[in-house]
Ligand binder design. Structure first.
Ligand code: FES
Ligand code: FES
Length: 153
């Protein structure tokens, strides 16, 4: 079955069962590998993308739920004012270690700053709690989010 999804501002056709997770459509069907597979069970946040600007777990969200919605992935973040500021803050703070979780971290951070221009430590902890980093980059993630918030103020 063919489903039309709006991804990064473009309508794309995905030939897959409607129960297919968005993550598989992105990575396997569309070859967009910036979004990572971690747990496949909404536990780690590696697969985070935006649906209408809000962070979602693409590993457990079927493509049927994305029809008529706007999906944004890490590949388009540089074209977004907030996403670009987050990306730049990430580089400046040298956040990434192995890098595997970082696409999801950046997507969650960007969704946070779109909803809350001046997040407190508690806001950051709450928004980022679902993004697990086996390398333990959490302190630098917080530094980068605060830096991006200052840049955007
Ligand atoms: S891969 Fe989706 S939350 Fe872990
Ligand atoms: S940077 Fe390695 S898992 Fe987060």
């Amino acid at each position: 079955m063919t489903t039309t999804l709006n991804i990064n501002g473009k309508d794309v056709r995905v030939d897959a069962d409607e129960s297919t997770p968005i993550l598989w459509a992105l990575r396997d069907t569309l070859g967009m590998t910036g979004t990572k597979f971690g747990c496949g069970a909404a536990l780690c946040g590696a697969c985070t993308v935006h649906m209408n600007g809000a962070a979602i777990r693409s590993c457990v969200t079927p493509i049927s739920a994305a029809v008529g919605q706007k999906i944004t992935t890490i590949e388009a973040l540089e074209t977004d004012r907030v996403g670009k500021a987050v990306h730049q803050a990430w580089v400046k703070a040298d956040v990434a270690q192995c890098g595997y979780c970082q696409s999801g971290q950046i997507m969650s951070a960007t969704a946070l700053l779109k909803a809350n221009k001046k997040p407190s430590d508690a806001d950051i902890d709450a928004a980022m709690a679902g993004n697990i980093c086996r390398c333990g980059t959490y302190a630098r993630v917080r530094i980068a989010i605060k830096d991006a918030a200052r840049t955007l103020a």
